[in-house]
Design a protein around this ligand. Structure first.
Ligand SMILES: NC(=O)C1=CN([C@@H]2O[C@H](COP(=O)(O)OP(=O)(O)OC[C@H]3O[C@@H](n4cnc5c(N)ncnc54)[C@H](O)[C@@H]3O)[C@@H](O)[C@H]2O)C=CC1
Ligand SMILES: NCC(=O)COP(=O)(O)O
Length: 340
């Protein structure tokens, strides 16, 4: 397992028309004096230099050929592995024309992680609709990273976990229409995700016997079937199976009362039945400190909790703290290592 300070973190450029370049520059300014947080960016160095020159900050860019060069450069310049765009991105706009290169940056980072050349991957936000328009057939990074890992011969069972100060929330179903949720929510899906969460909270977060909570799907967790059946037919049986395996589980809890401070103190992570049930509390509690961490991969991946914020790109107004928190968490997990 590669660790700091020998191995740097690989950052991917994400949507070039969005705030990724700006917050990466700000993160470098904040962290450049700390070799334990050394990172490099995979992106178009000429475009990045031009973007930075328009912000009121001095961020020199230095091209590197390999990840191993990054720690030696990090204190004086933002190390960049050059990956030029075929067509010039437009700040504040997304384009399907750059999507292939955006995906290529992710491919390269995964390749480096699987070869043990980097300590972890931190992804800048992608514009999902731009990638979809270019033929990308995955929901987002989370399932694409797992696809790449499997393609390279590894096992992967991807789980999206959003972390705020004292809340870790997992959407069991992710980027699907709300009408699809009852159709795609199964006991098997809940059980498989809970196993990954329990395993990775122990392995990556040092929580030996994590306490897992689960929300219901319906208002008041269905109120004994009066407001929906999924709690009784899908969620409760899945929890019973997990209990039989020795996992510490509670629920299904009514989602509306599962996130206040006293409730949060009762669990280490909460598995929620759909995207907004998990992400609204995280982003409300800690929008600028929230981190998206993928569990179930053979490498470490974190990301800011927010998206591309196109309207802020190039303005200098994007807050870099979520990306900084993502970098810090990736470094912390890498330092902890991976006990078997
Ligand atoms: N990990 C990833 O790749 C993610 C990608 N996305 C993608 O981003 C695109 C835009 O999604 P939206 O729903 O509009 O979410 P968004 O997070 O880009 O923007 C939501 C609101 O938060 C503000 N905001 C976001 N980041 C900020 C920052 N660092 N500092 C200050 N304000 C900030 C924006 O200006 C906007 O008002 C979509 O294509 C979505 O799929 C969204 C979330 C994560
Ligand atoms: N809403 C979370 C999000 O869009 C992140 O998705 P991913 O790209 O990390 O899979």
């Amino acid at each position: 397992m590669p660790t700091f300070p020998d191995h740097a973190l690989a950052l991917t450029i994400g949507e070039p028309g969005g705030i990724g370049p700006d917050i990466t520059a700000q993160a470098w300014l904040a962290f450049r004096a700390d070799p334990s947080l050394a990172f490099f960016l995979i992106g178009d160095s000429a475009y990045l230099s031009e973007r930075f020159s328009r912000l009121d900050i001095a961020v020199p860019v230095q091209e590197i050929a390999t990840p191993a060069e990054a720690p030696g450069v990090f204190a004086t310049a933002l190390p960049v592995i050059d990956l030029p765009f075929a067509s010039k991105p437009e700040t504040g706009r997304f384009s399907a024309e750059t999507a292939g290169t955006v995906i290529r940056a992710i491919d390269m980072a995964v390749d480096m992680a699987l070869k043990g050349e980097v300590a972890a991957i931190v992804t800048n936000p992608i514009q999902k609709e731009a990638l979809y328009a270019a033929g990308f057939s995955h929901q987002g990074h989370t399932d694409y990273l797992a696809h790449l890992a499997v393609h390279h011969g590894h096992h992967a069972e991807p789980v999206m976990m959003l972390c705020a100060a004292d809340l870790r929330a997992i959407p069991v179903t992710v980027h699907i229409a709300l009408t699809e949720v009852p159709r795609q929510l199964t006991g098997d899906l809940i059980v498989r995700q809970a196993r990954v969460v329990a395993h990775d909270l122990a392995r990556r977060f040092g929580i030996a016997s994590p306490r897992l909570a689960f929300t219901g799907l319906n208002p008041h967790a269905g109120e004994n079937g009066a407001m929906g059946q999924e709690e009784q037919t899908i969620i409760a049986p899945a929890l019973a199976a997990l209990r039989a395996e020795g996992l510490n589980v509670q629920g299904p809890l009514p989602a509306d009362t599962a996130f206040h401070a006293e409730a949060r103190a009762q669990y280490d992570a909460i598995l929620c039945m759909y995207h907004d049930q998990a992400l609204i509390p995280v982003k409300t509690l800690d929008f600028h400190g929230g981190v998206n961490c993928t569990l179930g991969l053979p490498f470490i991946r974190t990301s800011p909790d927010h998206g591309t914020a196109l309207s802020l790109a190039g303005t200098g107004k994007a807050n870099p703290k979520s990306l900084m928190a993502a970098i810090s968490l990736a470094a912390e997990i890498a330092r902890r290592g991976q006990p078997a």
